[in-house]
Design a protein around this ligand. Structure first.
Ligand SMILES: [Zn+2]
Ligand SMILES: [Zn+2]
Length: 254
């Protein structure tokens, strides 16, 4: 009887752990800072100073063990850490020294910095051979279009069904896993494959009237407001150099 109770408690605990979002907001002494994408788009990211408690660490091990037991392709690569999450691992840095946390509600902040390899693929869609390459980034989205998970292609024969990904599971482990099974993000509605672009060289053109145009060597462009600071008697844009006299104009910051 005691055994049955213990089994029931463990089952309940697992249900609880596996339903807790594994990519939640940082709560380990996260300090917000301005993060700029390759296209100079500003978002708030977090520098993580703390680390998992003992109980949190053990919970993360339980999650990875659960999925290792139900999937032959799910394997742990690195121990749990609260220092970085999946989006940071896929889009920012794969270093074990990474301590940047990028929240999932910062949607689409990266997608204009990479090339689309596929359209949005409904869950369980395979791709023709030759579609997927090692180093590609796979994005998982919910049915409402919000971000669920980001992962990097670790091994592939060119089809999504025969692709292994490497990704960070929230504040848990770095794991290798299949695209459509053996991980906590199978509640996604779609995936999309992106290919990183190796270099982005930016140039700004002053359009006056509170705007400048950004052109990137990759073909991307956008028109945004000046980002001005006080310099002597003028407000000067730190990007395009646009300058106006302090006595005449209000600050031009957007
Ligand atoms: Zn670019
Ligand atoms: Zn400007």
């Amino acid at each position: 009887m005691k055994k049955q109770i213990a089994a029931a408690i463990i089952a309940l605990l697992l249900v609880f752990i596996l339903t807790v979002p594994v990519s939640a907001n940082p709560n380990h002494n996260g300090t917000p800072f301005d993060y700029y994408t390759a296209h100079d788009t500003k978002f708030t990211a977090y520098s993580i100073g703390g680390e998992l408690s003992y109980n949190e660490y053990v919970s993360c091990l339980l999650v990875k063990t659960y999925f290792e037991n139900i999937s032959a392709t799910t394997v742990m690569v690195a121990d749990p850490t609260a220092k970085y999450n999946c989006h940071s691992f896929a889009w920012h840095s794969q270093s074990s020294n990474n301590n940047t946390w990028i929240n999932m509600d910062v949607t689409n902040f990266f997608e204009d910095t990479v090339a689309s390899v596929t359209s949005e693929l409904p869950w369980n869609t395979n791709t023709p051979s030759g579609t997927v390459s090692v180093g590609d980034i796979i994005v998982y989205k919910f049915s409402d279009g919000t971000l669920n998970h980001s992962a990097i292609v670790y091994y592939t024969d060119g089809t999504l069904n025969n692709t292994l990904l490497i990704s960070k599971w929230g504040d848990g482990c770095v794991m290798i896993h299949s695209v459509y099974s053996g991980h906590p993000y199978c509640d996604s509605a779609s995936v999309k494959v992106f290919r990183p672009i190796s270099s982005h060289v930016l140039s700004y053109t002053d359009l006056n009237n509170k705007k400048h145009r950004l052109d990137c060597s990759c073909g991307y462009y956008t028109i945004t407001g000046h980002i001005s600071v006080v310099s002597g008697n003028a407000y000067v844009c730190t990007r395009c150099g646009h300058s106006v006299d302090i006595m005449i104009h209000e600050p031009e910051e957007y």
